[in-house]
Design a protein around this ligand. Structure first.
Ligand SMILES: NC(=O)c1ccc[n+]([C@@H]2O[C@H](COP(=O)([O-])OP(=O)(O)OC[C@H]3O[C@@H](n4cnc5c(N)ncnc54)[C@H](OP(=O)(O)O)[C@@H]3O)[C@@H](O)[C@H]2O)c1
Length: 505
């Protein structure tokens, strides 16, 4: 029988725990660190593994990029002069890299950590859709392997939590269940996926690169080749981009280690959020970091850099605020009991909204129009910029046709004129052509994502939610129910102002 969950149980779970967190300098990682410190000051310690050359640089990064951000304002106000001491007591910055063997830590440090670590939360990833294949494999796949190897050494480990993405399951137009990624299985029938073979392929491809290019040229050649290889391999196995493909392989690595009985008797949990948006409730509504796919619409409109967008306004974009993702992670952590988890199984939670409370692109667009009507954009000279309707292309072919007619044809004419005038407009032509190709590449990489037709099932999350007892106002602190969100109000009052304030600046 499932026991009930409430704020008190989550806070009790965190009490006295030693927690290793990766990815704390990123968007989601910061929200997680702040929340744990705020709801359970008696957590034993949080070890934040960040990429840095040495311990002082790691400490400095944590200070500047995590603790020093606006997100920690509520905590700073709470502790006043005691804030620094509190942080010193609770946070340990570790200089490391999940892509390296032993997480890039020296043997004594690793040994010391392994002795008393209770919980590992892997938030780190490279989230670039068009990342180099070698880098993506190193971070999103080998990084998970290195964390599993570390977990194996932790005698007292209670939980290994891995943050993945709901999009690992591919571009299916169906209800996507919280099913595990089976090692070796790709999204294409009859095509086996062998991670070791992919690693060898990358290494061979690098060796095969022409040796004529060296220095910056060589780096650029390698970068381009690795990016193209990632996309090509992703598509070969049925995924739409390098990011989701390597995140899927990361889950397979975790499944493999679990299946082989290669992890300690800890619970293993995978959290799969969809598109994470700004903080909805606490500690700072609207706070966010980095530009997500849907936010390019808001930023592009605010900066007047785009007049059209690739989206079908009737389609659902699966979004979920960052604080709700963290609340779900904490509830899932407190609920995870290795003795209750079937042996060698991994619990999967899709922290998403499309099934319970879908939000369409139209809701975001309406909220944006309302925002910019009420807060008009102003030029440097104080002149108000009139709001114009944005043009939406509901299919990729329609957008391609528009691009060809509006930009490619004039470019080709320029190309001809340039030849007739012995290269007088070469620079203009080359620059414009490069920009055109870049936009078309973005369409290729992000397009399938914009027209994602699937709907994420969240039965495990709903089950967890149904055990949440709402007895005290504190219980609302861990709300992760998308049904409680009024999307129109959230986009208009919180998310759009948040993107403009914290991302667009
Ligand atoms: N944001 C979303 O919409 C979304 C949606 C679904 C799932 N997710 C998942 O949620 C997690 C967090 O996403 P996010 O948006 O917070 O990402 P983010 O802002 O890009 O942050 C990524 C974090 O990973 C760290 N990292 C990257 N490579 C590393 C390495 N080799 N060793 C150690 N740390 C490394 C980065 O450190 P540096 O500061 O050194 O670069 C950074 O702290 C990821 O696992 C992502 O796949 C995100």
């Amino acid at each position: 029988m499932e026991s009930s969950m409430d704020a008190a149980r989550i806070m009790e779970y965190l009490k006295g725990k030693s927690i290793l967190i990766t990815g704390s300098t990123g968007f989601l990682g910061k929200i997680l660190v702040e929340k744990i410190l705020r709801v359970q000051p008696r957590v034993h310690k949080m070890y934040l593994l960040v990429r840095a050359v040495d311990a002082p640089s790691a400490k400095q990064r944590v200070q500047q990029e995590v603790i020093g951000t606006e997100l920690f304002g509520l905590l700073r106000d709470k502790y006043c002069e005691g804030f620094d001491l509190f942080i010193q007591d609770k946070i340990v910055a570790l200089a490391g890299d999940i892509a390296d063997e032993d997480l890039g830590l020296d043997a004594p440090t690793l040994h010391g950590l392994a002795k008393h670590m209770d919980v590992i939360v892997n938030v780190a990833a490279t989230t670039n859709f068009y990342e180099r294949y070698d880098v993506s494999l190193d971070v999103n796949v080998m990084g998970v392997k290195h964390l599993c190897q570390f977990a194996k050494r932790c005698a007292n480990l209670k939980l290994l939590m891995h943050v993945s993405t709901a999009y690992v399951s591919g571009d299916s137009a169906e209800v996507i269940l919280e099913n595990p990624m089976k090692p070796g299985e790709s999204l294409r029938d009859g095509v086996r996926l062998d991670i070791d073979a992919e690693l060898r392929l990358v290494s061979d491809a690098k060796k095969d690169l022409p040796t004529t290019a060296s220095g910056d040229d060589g780096n650029a050649t390698e970068r381009k080749a690795m990016k193209e290889l990632g996309l090509q391999r992703a598509r070969h196995f049925g995924w739409s981009n390098t990011y989701v493909f390597t995140k899927a392989m990361g889950e397979m690595v975790l499944e493999q280690h679990r299946g082989d009985g290669d992890l300690p008797a800890a619970a293993v949990v995978i959290v799969r959020p969809s598109i994470i948006t700004s903080v909805r409730a606490d500690p700072l509504p609207g706070w966010m970091q980095g530009t997500r796919t849907i936010d390019t619409l808001i930023i592009g409109y605010a900066k007047q850099s785009i007049s059209c967008f690739l989206a079908d306004l009737r389609m659902v974009m699966d979004v979920i605020p960052g604080d709700m993702v963290v609340n779900a992670m904490l509830a899932a952590a407190a609920a995870a009991r290795s003795e209750e988890q079937p042996p060698q199984a991994v619990s999967i939670y899709q922290v998403t909204s499309s099934l319970r409370n879908p939000a369409t692109y139209a809701v975001l667009y309406r909220a944006g129009s309302r925002h910019f009507d009420e807060h008009p954009r102003v030029r440097d000279n104080g002149e108000v910029i009139p709001n114009t309707e944005m043009r939406f292309f509901p299919t990729i072919p329609e957008f391609r046709l528009y691009m060809v007619l509006t930009f490619k044809l004039p470019l080709e004419i320029l190309h001809l004129v340039n030849m007739l005038l012995c290269g007088l407009f070469s620079k203009l032509y080359n620059d414009s052509n490069r920009k055109y190709n870049f936009v078309m590449l973005l369409v290729d990489v992000y397009g399938p994502f914009a027209f994602f037709k699937g709907c994420f099932d969240d039965t495990n999350v709903e089950r967890l939610r149904s055990t949440m007892v709402m007895k005290s106002p504190e219980d609302d602190m861990f709300n992760f129910d998308p049904k409680s969100i009024d999307w129109d109000d959230y986009f208009y009052r919180i998310h759009i102002p948040g993107v403009l304030k914290y991302v667009c600046k």
